[in-house]
Design a protein around this ligand. Structure first.
Ligand SMILES: Nc1ncnc2c1ncn2[C@@H]1O[C@H](COP(=O)(O)OP(=O)(O)O)[C@@H](O)[C@H]1O
Ligand SMILES: [Mg+2]
Length: 409
């Protein structure tokens, strides 16, 4: 496996070499066009849209959501792979208390399903909660869905993350981190104000999601008398606030969740919005940061406009690469597109992270340097190229060591 060389920062390295741009291009081989997954498919919501890709990446070539006229946004909603299955999804959620929904990243699960539930009246006068593993996802998704509902965030669509809440008595769809909904359980153990709880990105399986799933299972039993154990065709409680649970994920590990909820129905949404081409480096890269830098400039100098998203393991690498890109960009011959570098990582202030979502100024290529917080859940408008170093930081328990730590894998 390629490892990072312990060396000076990249910026220093290239300053010393005094090169106009990194010299050696990274060689790439095309390893796949989109490929359909084979699935065990109890139920399918088909679309005639684009082919599937295997890589989880969140990009949108649609420009900034907020600057689009409502008609375009509605057209965009209708063209999502999930739109073809709207009626079937609603019907399944209506007739089952627990539904597991699996679909490719970008198919429209997180933004559309809460709106379908809202529009169908399934939630009655209760709220629809959508849980997210990360705060940046909760806030950006709420903003997007508010735009789709032609309103501003905090009214019909709101969010709740640690130290920040945007909601009002008129809020019906609330995006919140799993930590926040677990916190709400302390004050309201039956989550009575919610009619539907959507557990999104369930495959991430944090301690909090597991805790939430087990609570939801017992809350559902308490809020609805359940003679048949599956919640089908029963008498509902007088308030009409029986709890519906929807578990959503982009992976194929649906059976586990279904089994946990007494063989709950599994729905598969087929289709992805954009075709994806994947290239792997033809040779081992000794230094992933250096390889990412060279690849970025290969794209910047050779490829048509489009923003670039680069995945890196952590803040230190992000800061180092940002300096290197800026230093090298100053040496490119004039007349090229400008480069705007934005960073995204958990420890960065939310306002700084939000910069990545702003549209690029004209004649500028935005380069977003992100940890895996941008890997799933969020959509960054304008991204056309993704460079993945394949590395991330992982917490591990090391028995042979003093107990634990974070390592780059
Ligand atoms: N912040 C955003 N800006 C622009 N488009 C967005 C934004 N969020 C979502 N979208 C659009 O909605 C589509 C579906 O996103 P989403 O519902 O999050 O998909 P899923 O949850 O299935 O991965 C995206 O592919 C993109 O076209
Ligand atoms: Mg999603």
């Amino acid at each position: 496996m390629p490892t990072r060389l312990a060396s000076d920062s990249l910026a220093q390295k290239y300053r010393k070499n005094d090169t106009a741009a990194p010299r050696q291009a990274v060689q790439w081989m095309n390893v796949s066009d989109d490929e359909d997954r084979t699935r065990k498919t109890p139920f399918k919501v088909h679309s005639n849209g684009q082919t599937n890709g295997r890589k989880r990446l969140r990009t949108s070539q649609n420009g900034c959501a907020t600057s689009m006229p409502p008609s375009t946004i509605q057209e965009q909603r209708n063209s999502l792979p999930i739109a073809k299955g709207k009626a079937a999804i609603i019907e399944e959620i209506r007739s089952n208390d627990v539904t597991v929904l699996i679909g490719e990243t970008g198919s429209g699960k997180t933004t559309q399903v809460p709106q379908y539930i809202l529009e169908s009246g399934l939630a009655r006068d209760g709220l629809i909660a959508v849980t997210q593993p990360r705060r940046v996802a909760a806030t950006s998704l709420a903003t997007r869905v508010a735009v789709e509902q032609n309103t501003t965030v905090g009214r019909l669509v709101g969010y709740s993350v640690r130290f920040d809440e945007r909601s009002s008595p008129s809020t019906r769809v609330k995006y919140l981190t799993d930590g926040m909904i677990v916190r709400e359980l302390l004050a309201d153990p039956l989550l009575t104000k919610y009619s539907v709880v959507i557990v999104d990105e369930a495959h991430e399986r944090t301690l909090r999601t597991d805790l939430l799933l087990s609570h939801l299972k017992s809350i559902q039993k308490q809020r609805v008398p359940s003679p048949d154990g599956k919640g089908k065709g029963k008498e509902r409680d007088a308030s009409g606030r029986q709890l519906k649970i929807v578990v959503m994920s982009a992976t194929l590990d649906a059976e586990k969740f279904s089994k946990y909820f007494a063989e709950a129905k599994i729905l598969y949404v087929k289709g992805r919005q954009h075709p994806v081409k994947i290239y792997h480096s033809a040779t081992d890269q000794m230094d992933y940061l250096d390889a990412a830098l060279r690849t970025f400039f290969q794209i910047h100098t050779d490829q048509p406009p489009g923003d670039v998203l680069i995945f890196l393991p952590g803040q230190e690498d992000i800061e180092s690469l940002e300096k290197s890109i800026q230093a090298l960009n100053r040496r490119l011959p004039s007349g090229r597109m400008e480069v705007l570098v934005c960073s995204m990582y958990a420890a960065q202030a939310p306002g700084q992270n939000a910069k990545a979502f702003s549209p690029s100024p004209s004649n500028t290529r935005k380069c977003i340097l992100a940890t895996n917080i941008a890997e799933t859940s969020i959509t960054i408008p304008g991204v056309k190229y993704v460079i993945d170093t394949g590395k991330c930081k992982e917490k591990r328990y090391l028995t042979s060591d003093t107990g634990g730590g974070v390592s780059i894998c």
